[in-house]
Design a protein around this ligand. Structure first.
Ligand SMILES: Cc1cc2nc3c(=O)[nH]c(=O)nc-3n(C[C@H](O)[C@H](O)[C@H](O)COP(=O)(O)OP(=O)(O)OC[C@H]3O[C@@H](n4cnc5c(N)ncnc54)[C@H](O)[C@@H]3O)c2cc1C
Length: 381
């Protein structure tokens, strides 16, 4: 009887655990260990702040994994021993015959330290009540959405947030008195999607009167004067600041022997195998090089990798075919008015990712909603 440990209960971990359950005999155990006892998709946070749907409506408890023959342990993983297939957790030591690491990403500490007092982490679920209250009170001044560094999760999300919030202010009759600004240290809005998609996205913002600052790296945030100074010398003031910190590997990952020089796990980009036997790593806790940068940190890719890693780990244990990831995937790009475009293609293509933007429509918005519901119900229904 084999026992597989899946570390993390997000996109990568849930996809992997269900795929393992499909491949392994019922007598084998699959255990998911996660700090959080809930799952929701990232964009549900944006719908919450944009006043479109409360986060709770898109949240499911991980304890429901038990209905599918998957054990759930809510605990923090504090040490990973990949050779012995053993992990230390706040609920005790767990050991198994194989491990899939899907612990996601945390935020760069230096960026988190810049926040506080009307300057919130747009991506952090725990910041949502503060953001909601601050948005309700925002009647004049400037709303600034700022990307603090790269890589960050889901490249289009800060721009989607800007557009959805601009729409909310407009609908609520506050837009005439509130300036909306977005900033990024990158030269384009969406470098991973290329010049044309970046131009398209920038045009959608400009036509709504949103000011875009590219090549604007935040130097300091002053909470006395409510100003941001960029390294290019420019300064802007804000009434409400929503920031997106760069992603960082969780300490337990960076401190493990699985981590590469970057602190992230750098598994084989086709099989997701790590440097240890029967240990795979998927999703945001990994760094996967592409021709021009890195595979985006997105649920779509974490899920695809989770399924492939699970299939390969089952094949390690029982034989059968190992499978590989070809680099194909997509990112949603949501625009106001229930319109969704997608950036789709081969992210592993040479000499640069071969991706294209499909025009936005309402059918793709419905497809996005269905995509979320299939995961909530399929994994935790
Ligand atoms: C606002 C926003 C919008 C987004 N929109 C999209 C989108 O439209 N499409 C898309 O594909 N992606 C989107 N994303 C990105 C997506 O949410 C992430 O890329 C995805 O969640 C990564 O999956 P993961 O399994 O690697 O990590 P996560 O989903 O973050 O899961 C990590 C898991 O590990 C657990 N964990 C972490 N550390 C420990 C520890 N030490 N011990 C125990 N457990 C631990 C956590 O509790 C969690 O269960 C968005 C993200 C945000 C923030």
């Amino acid at each position: 009887m084999a026992h597989i440990l899946v570390l993390g209960g997000g996109f990568g971990g849930l996809a992997a655990a269900h795929e393992l359950r499909r491949h392994l005999p019922p007598s084998d155990d699959v255990t998911v260990v996660a700090m959080s006892d809930k799952f929701f998709v990232g964009f549900a946070k944006l719908w919450d702040v944009a006043g479109l749907r409360p986060l709770l409506d898109g949240t499911r408890p991980l304890e429901r994994l038990g209905r599918r023959g998957i054990r759930f342990v809510q605990a923090e993983v504090t040490h990973i021993d990949p050779v012995a297939h053993k992990v230390e957790t706040t609920a005790g030591t767990l050991s198994g015959d194989g491990i899939i690491v899907a612990l996601g990403a945390t935020y760069q500490p230096a960026h988190s330290a810049l926040l506080g007092q009307d300057a919130y982490n747009l991506y952090h679920a725990e910041a949502l009540p503060g953001i909601r209250a601050a948005l309700d009170e925002l009647t004049e001044g400037r709303l600034v959405v700022t990307i603090l560094g790269a890589p960050y999760l889901c490249p289009p999300a800060p721009f989607e947030a800007t557009l959805l919030l601009e729409e909310r202010l407009r609908k609520e009759g506050r837009r005439d008195h509130v300036d909306v600004v977005v900033s990024t240290p990158a030269p384009l809005t969406l470098p991973v999607a290329g010049v044309d998609a970046s131009r398209y996205l920038a045009d959608r913002m400009l036509e709504r009167g949103i000011t875009i600052h590219t090549e604007s790296k935040v130097d300091t945030i002053n909470h006395e004067s409510n100003t941001i100074r960029f390294t290019n010398g420019e300064t802007i003031d804000w009434q409400l600041l929503l920031a997106v910190p760069a992603a960082a590997p969780p300490a337990v990952v960076a401190n493990s022997s699985l981590a590469g020089p970057s602190g992230w796990i750098e598994p084989n980009r086709h099989t997701f195998a790590t440097n240890a036997d029967r240990v795979y790593a998927v999703g945001d806790c990994t760094m996967i090089a592409t021709a021009t940068a890195q595979l985006p940190k997105a649920g779509v890719f974490a899920e695809a990798a989770g399924k492939i890693a699970a299939t390969n780990l089952a094949a390690d244990l029982y034989g059968g075919d190992h499978i590989t990831f070809d680099g194909y995937g997509f990112c949603f790009l949501e625009l106001p008015g229930k319109q969704v475009a997608t950036v789709t293609g081969d992210f592993y293509a040479q000499p640069r990712p071969a991706v294209r933007l499909t025009p936005p429509d309402e059918a793709s918005f419905r497809a996005k909603l269905q995509w979320e519901q299939e995961r909530l119900t399929g994994w935790l229904g």
